[in-house]
Write a protein that binds this ligand. Structure first.
Ligand SMILES: [Zn+2]
Ligand SMILES: [Zn+2]
Length: 442
């Protein structure tokens, strides 16, 4: 079972750490508080750093010193010391000295981050951000794309061109940049090679096209493609994945993927980054599709894209015939994959079951059903959004004592009284509620 840290929405509350041992005794350790670091990364519990000695929340108190957060004080969701660096803020800091003063965490080694930012690296990050901002501003005003244009790839290259020391990468805030660019273009970054492969399978039908960037590049190359989205982004309609301040790059027709596939049986289906929690965007489209070739851009197996059922369908009934790696953001493995339909169709027999009682649980679920958890709760379980993270005794024994103490005192811990309430809500003979066991997803 994954050891995921809980990340509650909004600010974390520093609770009263009266655990099995006296909290006050624990706080009175004689050594200076320091943040707990594990495998080179600071350990966060409920979104705050914890003291390596006692597990209480800590915050920077000045250069190279840390202090316990006073008990009962509400912590901001994003500390000024730990929030990502924004360009607007960076620009206001005209000297390296000013940068060091404002972003102490980026220049100090005692946090255990895998970098400290030197003056040269700070200048390099600023140079890249400056160029990036100028080009991004220009790209936002483009209306049409030519056959050789690919502003998304150009912007990505400015940010990620080697050498990219971790400190520069951190200042560039690649995670934030990715969201910014994905909202304007698409999640995956097209390349000439990928577009050439798509062109060979035209005419194409792109479902879940978002801003229509891939379709626009294909059309600029003379490829026959039509694009659909359930909620085409425009000035009036809100698409939760894309921005409102410009029109899509190509014409997007409104419609579900399944309906679009039914309407255009003569076109090759192209799916780019279907969300992993939405069966309709990937699985339903693939099942409705009658063609022999499907082109899918995203991650293989149970990655960040495509539902669990979609990946099972690909494994059972389709054969991968071509793979083109795409430019990749950190921790992602975007790939363009061409699949051919197998001659004989196999039915889905794989079902997800509770590890313990073997009853069926929601497709894609991992772990135990609610009933097993209620009957035999683990000593340590936390609520993390819609999921439950159970820590088996081996995992609890293996974690640093400070982390264990912090998790045990977390306001997101599922306590014995909560478990009793869960059990009493289930009247005898009532249908089982769907379980929501944890999944280690990004
Ligand atoms: Zn401490
Ligand atoms: Zn069970």
């Amino acid at each position: 079972m994954s050891q995921m840290l809980s990340r509650p929405a909004g600010g974390a509350f520093v609770g009263d750490y009266a655990g099995r041992d006296s909290a006050s005794a624990k706080r009175d350790h004689s050594i200076q508080p320091r943040p707990l670091v594990s495998a080179g990364r600071p350990v966060l519990v409920d979104r705050h750093l914890i003291c390596a000695a006692c597990g209480n929340a800590v915050e920077p108190a000045g250069p190279d010193t840390w202090r316990h957060v006073p008990r009962g004080r509400r912590l901001a969701g994003r500390s000024k010391w730990l929030s990502p660096l924004t360009l607007a803020e960076l620009r206001k800091l005209e000297t390296y000295e000013a940068f060091k003063a404002r972003f102490a965490t980026a220049v100090r080694s005692d946090l255990g981050l895998p970098f400290t930012t030197t003056e040269d690296q700070w200048r390099e990050a600023l140079r890249r951000l400056d160029l990036y901002e100028t080009r991004l501003h220009a790209a936002r005003r483009w209306r049409t794309l030519g056959a050789v244009d690919n502003p998304y790839l150009d912007l990505f290259t400015i940010l990620t061109a080697a050498p990219l020391p971790p400190a520069v990468s951190e200042i560039l805030d690649l995670r934030g940049r990715r969201r910014e660019l994905a909202a304007l273009f698409s999640w995956a970054i097209p390349t000439n090679e990928a577009l050439d492969v798509l062109a060979k399978h035209a005419p194409l039908l792109e479902c879940g096209a978002g801003m229509g960037y891939w379709s626009a590049l294909l059309q600029a190359r003379g490829v026959d493609v039509i694009a659909y989205d359930l909620a085409p982004p425009n000035a009036r309609a809100v698409n939760r994945f894309h921005i409102r301040d410009r029109k899509p790059w190509s014409r997007i027709r409104r419609g579900s993927s399944e309906a679009a596939v039914g309407r255009h049986p003569d076109r090759t289906l192209f799916l780019c980054w279907p969300p992993y929690e939405d069966d309709d965007a990937s699985y339903a489209a693939l099942r409705a599709y009658r063609g022999e070739i499907v082109i899918y851009v995203g991650e293989r197996h149970d990655g960040a894209t495509g539902s669990v059922r979609f990946h099972r369908e690909l494994r059972l009934n389709w054969t991968l015939t071509q793979e083109i790696p795409l430019p990749r953001w950190p921790r992602l493995s975007d790939t363009l994959m061409v699949y051919r339909r197998n001659v004989v169709r196999q039915p889905h027999r794989e079902r997800d079951r509770c590890f313990e009682c073997q009853r069926f649980i929601r497709t894609g679920g991992i772990g135990r059903c609610d009933r097993c958890f209620e009957n035999r709760p683990t000593a340590l379980a936390l609520r993390a959004g819609p999921h439950r993270v159970e820590y088996p005794p081996e995992a609890v024994d293996a974690m640093p004592p400070a982390q264990r103490r912090a998790l045990e005192a977390s306001p997101n811990r599922i306590s014995a009284s909560v478990i009793r309430r869960m059990a009493s809500r289930r009247s005898p003979g009532s249908p089982r509620r769907p379980s929501s066991p944890c999944r280690g997803r990004r």
